[in-house]
Design a binder for this molecule. Structure first.
Ligand code: AP5
Length: 265
């Protein structure tokens, strides 16, 4: 298994930052996109998948939140705007998101693979990603779509707490830390996200229905979609996700070998 890229430096701070050495995966790396409504558990699953697959967790929300921690005088006007959109629960404009992802496109070549969480989120972003990956000779292994009833989503978001240092995610009742208010992993302070207030949650769920849900059929048409029910414990969901990914990868290999044989005839 590849060394887990815990720091995610090049993703969180931009391409001038250097990640820890990442050992290449022995098999072709996993290149995944996680889809699903806000609060469905994408970040939680991304952490578990990272631990199992060694692929790097690339969350666009984490990049914006990291930028929000820099002094205001160092924030670009586009970043200041982006933080305002986030606070209200609205989507950040495609142009800002794409500029930020494009700047970090080196992360798509990570030898350990990647798990994109929170990107793409609109059809425009999905088309841009598809175009970039084709240009760079890369392809996605799978797109996992997590599904959960809205009432459970609201309960998950309302109880969420996040570590301000390592970004680990907890829930006050479902996944509590060992010590209240403190991260189990790095002892960082836990905080409640500004966009987890009820008025922002409502806006985020509406933005998901309008802009992100159409990506399900986009990736279905590309034969990349793996639907997974997001009910049960995080570990149960992981055990449901993993076989779906394995069978998809096995199918891709079988198709690639068949094409190679045909090309040599
Ligand atoms: P982002 O950070 O991506 O947030 P999100 O997509 O709204 O997703 P969340 O992080 O809220 O939820 P999650 O699905 O990761 O759930 P989690 O694992 O934390 O984006 C934030 C904002 O940034 C956006 O609103 C937008 O403004 C902007 N943005 C980012 N990317 C953008 C883009 N591409 N385009 C435009 N704008 C963009 O779990 C939630 C809670 O549930 C936790 O407390 C967890 O412990 C708990 N939990 C998880 N699994 C379970 C389980 N199985 N059982 C019980 N509890 C569970």
């Amino acid at each position: 298994m590849a060394t887990i890229n815990k720091s995610r430096a090049a993703w969180l701070q931009g391409p001038s930052a250097k990640c820890e050495d990442v050992t290449p995966a022995p098999l072709p790396p996993w290149r995944l996109v996680l889809l699903g409504a806000p609060g469905v558990g994408k970040g939680t699953q991304a952490e578990l998948l990272t631990a199992r697959l060694g692929a790097c967790h690339l969350s666009t929300g984490d990049v914006f939140r990291a930028a929000g921690k820099t002094p205001e005088c160092d924030q670009s006007p586009a970043m200041k705007d982006a933080l305002g959109y986030m606070r209200r629960g609205e989507l950040v404009p495609d142009s800002t998101v794409w500029e930020m992802v494009r700047e970090r496109s080196g992360c798509l070549h990570c030898a350990g693979g990647f798990i994109l969480d929170g990107f793409p989120r609109t059809l425009g972003q999905a088309e841009s990603l598809q175009g970039l990956m084709e240009e760079e000779g890369l392809s996605l292994t799978a797109v996992v779509n997590y599904d959960l009833p809205a009432s459970e989503i609201v309960a998950r978001l309302g109880g969420r707490r996040t570590c301000e240092k390592c970004k680990a995610v907890y829930h006050v009742t479902e996944r509590p830390p060992k010590w209240e208010g403190k991260c189990d992993r790095c002892e960082g302070k836990l905080f409640q996200r500004e966009d987890d207030r009820p008025e922002s949650i409502k806006v985020r769920l509406e933005a998901y229905e309008k802009s992100t849900a159409p990506l399900i059929s986009f990736y279905e048409k590309l034969d990349l979609l793996s639907p997974v029910a997001a009910v049960g414990t995080p570990e149960e969901i992981l055990e449901r996700t993993f076989p779906a990914l394995e069978s998809r990868r096995a199918r891709q290999w079988a198709q690639a070998s068949w094409v190679a044989v045909e090309n040599h005839r």
